[in-house]
Design a protein around this ligand. Structure first.
Ligand SMILES: [Zn+2]
Length: 224
Protein backbone atom coordinates (compact mmCIF):
# COMPACT_ATOMS: atom_id res chain seq x y z
CA UNK A 1 0.00 0.00 0.00
CA UNK A 2 1.11 3.53 -0.72
CA UNK A 3 1.23 5.94 2.16
CA UNK A 4 0.03 9.51 2.21
CA UNK A 5 -0.98 12.24 4.60
CA UNK A 6 -3.73 14.79 4.17
CA UNK A 7 -2.57 18.32 3.62
CA UNK A 8 -4.67 21.46 3.99
CA UNK A 9 -4.22 24.21 1.40
CA UNK A 10 -5.29 27.82 1.57
CA UNK A 11 -5.89 29.00 -1.96
CA UNK A 12 -5.45 32.72 -2.78
CA UNK A 13 -9.10 32.64 -3.93
CA UNK A 14 -10.06 32.13 -0.28
CA UNK A 15 -10.95 28.45 -0.47
CA UNK A 16 -9.53 25.98 2.01
CA UNK A 17 -9.21 22.45 0.68
CA UNK A 18 -7.35 19.24 1.35
CA UNK A 19 -5.15 17.10 -0.84
CA UNK A 20 -3.03 13.97 -0.60
CA UNK A 21 0.67 14.22 0.08
CA UNK A 22 2.47 10.99 -0.81
CA UNK A 23 5.48 9.79 1.17
CA UNK A 24 5.59 6.28 -0.21
CA UNK A 25 4.26 5.15 -3.56
CA UNK A 26 3.87 1.54 -4.54
CA UNK A 27 3.19 1.35 -8.27
CA UNK A 28 1.98 -2.24 -8.08
CA UNK A 29 -0.66 -1.58 -5.43
CA UNK A 30 -1.65 1.81 -6.86
CA UNK A 31 -0.82 1.72 -10.57
CA UNK A 32 -2.48 5.06 -11.29
CA UNK A 33 0.11 6.79 -9.10
CA UNK A 34 2.83 5.91 -11.62
CA UNK A 35 0.91 7.99 -14.17
CA UNK A 36 0.20 10.81 -11.75
CA UNK A 37 3.99 11.09 -11.41
CA UNK A 38 4.60 10.90 -15.16
CA UNK A 39 1.94 13.57 -15.73
CA UNK A 40 3.84 15.80 -13.30
CA UNK A 41 0.95 15.83 -10.86
CA UNK A 42 2.32 13.98 -7.86
CA UNK A 43 1.75 15.92 -4.66
CA UNK A 44 -0.13 18.56 -6.65
CA UNK A 45 -3.63 19.44 -5.52
CA UNK A 46 -6.23 21.40 -7.43
CA UNK A 47 -8.46 24.01 -5.80
CA UNK A 48 -12.05 22.85 -6.27
CA UNK A 49 -13.21 26.46 -6.54
CA UNK A 50 -10.81 28.18 -8.96
CA UNK A 51 -8.79 25.29 -10.40
CA UNK A 52 -5.45 26.66 -9.23
CA UNK A 53 -2.83 23.96 -8.76
CA UNK A 54 -0.85 23.90 -5.54
CA UNK A 55 2.30 21.78 -5.35
CA UNK A 56 4.20 20.62 -2.32
CA UNK A 57 7.81 19.82 -2.88
CA UNK A 58 8.52 16.87 -0.64
CA UNK A 59 10.70 13.76 -0.96
CA UNK A 60 9.01 10.41 -1.46
CA UNK A 61 9.92 6.79 -1.99
CA UNK A 62 8.85 5.12 -5.21
CA UNK A 63 8.61 1.35 -5.28
CA UNK A 64 7.89 -0.48 -8.52
CA UNK A 65 8.78 -4.15 -7.96
CA UNK A 66 7.74 -5.14 -11.49
CA UNK A 67 10.65 -3.04 -12.74
CA UNK A 68 12.86 -3.81 -9.74
CA UNK A 69 12.83 -0.13 -8.75
CA UNK A 70 13.18 1.34 -5.29
CA UNK A 71 13.89 5.04 -5.55
CA UNK A 72 14.17 7.86 -3.09
CA UNK A 73 13.04 10.92 -4.99
CA UNK A 74 14.21 14.27 -3.73
CA UNK A 75 12.18 16.82 -5.68
CA UNK A 76 14.88 19.45 -5.97
CA UNK A 77 17.37 19.01 -8.78
CA UNK A 78 19.38 21.97 -7.47
CA UNK A 79 20.18 20.35 -4.10
CA UNK A 80 23.79 21.28 -3.29
CA UNK A 81 26.41 18.55 -3.20
CA UNK A 82 26.90 18.68 0.60
CA UNK A 83 23.18 18.33 1.25
CA UNK A 84 23.10 15.39 -1.16
CA UNK A 85 25.84 13.61 0.73
CA UNK A 86 24.01 14.11 4.02
CA UNK A 87 20.80 12.73 2.55
CA UNK A 88 22.63 9.74 1.10
CA UNK A 89 24.33 8.99 4.41
CA UNK A 90 21.03 9.15 6.29
CA UNK A 91 19.26 6.97 3.75
CA UNK A 92 22.03 4.45 3.88
CA UNK A 93 21.57 3.91 7.62
CA UNK A 94 17.77 3.76 7.33
CA UNK A 95 18.07 1.25 4.52
CA UNK A 96 20.50 -0.91 6.50
CA UNK A 97 18.20 -0.82 9.54
CA UNK A 98 15.24 -1.85 7.40
CA UNK A 99 17.20 -4.86 6.26
CA UNK A 100 18.46 -5.76 9.74
CA UNK A 101 14.91 -5.79 11.08
CA UNK A 102 13.98 -8.38 8.54
CA UNK A 103 16.95 -10.64 8.94
CA UNK A 104 20.25 -11.17 10.66
CA UNK A 105 22.83 -8.66 9.54
CA UNK A 106 24.40 -10.09 6.46
CA UNK A 107 28.11 -10.25 5.99
CA UNK A 108 29.95 -8.64 3.21
CA UNK A 109 30.37 -5.41 1.48
CA UNK A 110 28.07 -2.45 1.89
CA UNK A 111 28.82 0.76 0.11
CA UNK A 112 27.41 3.81 -1.50
CA UNK A 113 28.57 4.17 -5.02
CA UNK A 114 28.17 7.22 -7.22
CA UNK A 115 27.53 6.33 -10.82
CA UNK A 116 29.33 9.41 -12.06
CA UNK A 117 31.22 10.56 -9.00
CA UNK A 118 29.54 13.93 -8.70
CA UNK A 119 25.84 14.45 -9.26
CA UNK A 120 22.92 12.40 -10.41
CA UNK A 121 21.88 8.86 -9.60
CA UNK A 122 23.59 6.81 -6.97
CA UNK A 123 23.11 3.23 -5.94
CA UNK A 124 23.49 1.76 -2.50
CA UNK A 125 24.90 -1.70 -3.00
CA UNK A 126 24.01 -4.51 -0.65
CA UNK A 127 25.12 -8.07 -0.30
CA UNK A 128 23.50 -10.77 -2.39
CA UNK A 129 21.18 -12.02 0.37
CA UNK A 130 19.89 -8.52 1.05
CA UNK A 131 19.54 -7.72 -2.60
CA UNK A 132 17.15 -10.62 -3.05
CA UNK A 133 14.80 -8.99 -0.55
CA UNK A 134 14.94 -5.37 -1.56
CA UNK A 135 15.96 -3.90 -4.88
CA UNK A 136 18.96 -1.57 -4.70
CA UNK A 137 17.90 1.83 -3.43
CA UNK A 138 18.45 4.52 -6.00
CA UNK A 139 18.49 8.18 -5.10
CA UNK A 140 17.35 10.71 -7.65
CA UNK A 141 17.38 14.48 -7.29
CA UNK A 142 14.74 16.30 -9.31
CA UNK A 143 11.27 15.22 -10.41
CA UNK A 144 12.16 15.66 -14.05
CA UNK A 145 15.24 13.47 -13.64
CA UNK A 146 13.02 10.90 -11.98
CA UNK A 147 10.39 10.87 -14.74
CA UNK A 148 13.20 10.57 -17.33
CA UNK A 149 14.53 7.53 -15.49
CA UNK A 150 11.08 5.98 -15.23
CA UNK A 151 10.38 6.60 -18.92
CA UNK A 152 13.67 4.98 -19.86
CA UNK A 153 12.75 1.67 -18.19
CA UNK A 154 8.99 1.34 -18.77
CA UNK A 155 7.82 -0.90 -21.56
CA UNK A 156 6.07 0.98 -24.41
CA UNK A 157 2.66 -0.23 -23.18
CA UNK A 158 3.40 0.97 -19.66
CA UNK A 159 4.42 4.47 -20.70
CA UNK A 160 2.12 7.42 -20.13
CA UNK A 161 -0.92 7.71 -22.37
CA UNK A 162 -3.44 10.51 -22.30
CA UNK A 163 -6.72 11.40 -23.85
CA UNK A 164 -8.64 14.69 -23.83
CA UNK A 165 -12.42 14.92 -23.72
CA UNK A 166 -13.84 18.39 -24.00
CA UNK A 167 -17.11 20.24 -24.22
CA UNK A 168 -17.82 23.81 -25.30
CA UNK A 169 -20.86 23.99 -23.08
CA UNK A 170 -20.79 26.95 -20.69
CA UNK A 171 -23.58 25.45 -18.63
CA UNK A 172 -22.33 24.53 -15.15
CA UNK A 173 -24.69 21.58 -14.75
CA UNK A 174 -23.72 20.18 -18.16
CA UNK A 175 -20.04 20.53 -17.32
CA UNK A 176 -20.60 18.76 -14.00
CA UNK A 177 -22.38 15.95 -15.82
CA UNK A 178 -19.52 15.74 -18.33
CA UNK A 179 -17.06 15.54 -15.44
CA UNK A 180 -18.97 12.67 -13.83
CA UNK A 181 -19.03 10.66 -17.06
CA UNK A 182 -15.32 11.20 -17.76
CA UNK A 183 -14.42 10.31 -14.21
CA UNK A 184 -16.48 7.13 -14.36
CA UNK A 185 -14.79 6.06 -17.60
CA UNK A 186 -11.37 6.82 -16.15
CA UNK A 187 -12.03 4.95 -12.91
CA UNK A 188 -13.23 1.86 -14.78
CA UNK A 189 -9.88 1.80 -16.59
CA UNK A 190 -7.85 2.60 -13.45
CA UNK A 191 -6.93 5.92 -15.00
CA UNK A 192 -7.17 9.33 -13.39
CA UNK A 193 -8.34 12.71 -14.60
CA UNK A 194 -7.15 16.29 -14.59
CA UNK A 195 -9.51 19.15 -15.44
CA UNK A 196 -8.89 22.32 -17.44
CA UNK A 197 -11.79 24.60 -16.69
CA UNK A 198 -11.74 27.51 -19.18
CA UNK A 199 -14.59 29.91 -19.96
CA UNK A 200 -15.00 28.66 -23.58
CA UNK A 201 -14.05 25.07 -23.10
CA UNK A 202 -14.12 22.44 -20.40
CA UNK A 203 -11.51 19.73 -20.90
CA UNK A 204 -11.00 16.55 -18.95
CA UNK A 205 -7.65 14.88 -19.50
CA UNK A 206 -7.55 11.16 -18.81
CA UNK A 207 -4.15 9.77 -17.89
CA UNK A 208 -3.04 6.18 -17.60
CA UNK A 209 -0.80 3.65 -19.26
CA UNK A 210 -0.87 3.56 -23.07
CA UNK A 211 -2.47 0.15 -22.72
CA UNK A 212 -5.33 1.46 -20.61
CA UNK A 213 -5.84 4.67 -22.56
CA UNK A 214 -5.74 2.68 -25.82
CA UNK A 215 -8.45 0.35 -24.50
CA UNK A 216 -10.51 3.35 -23.47
CA UNK A 217 -10.20 4.91 -26.92
CA UNK A 218 -11.34 1.68 -28.54
CA UNK A 219 -14.32 1.64 -26.22
CA UNK A 220 -15.22 5.21 -27.14
CA UNK A 221 -14.77 4.70 -30.89
CA UNK A 222 -18.01 4.58 -32.85
CA UNK A 223 -19.15 1.05 -33.54
CA UNK A 224 -20.14 -0.34 -36.88
ZN1 LIG B 1 -8.84 28.61 -5.43
Amino acid sequence: MSRSTTQTFNCPCGTEFTGQLYEYINAVDDPQLRYIILAGLVNVSTCPNCGRKMAISTPFIYSDPGYNLLIYVHPRADTPEEARLLILEKLRSVYMDANKLKDQPAEGEQQIKGSDGSIGDRTINLTHSQATELPPLKVVFGLEQFTDLLNSVLSPEDKLGRLAMSTQSRNTAERAQFHIIAKKLATEMECFIDVEDMPDEYTVWIYGSRRQVGALMRELAPRG
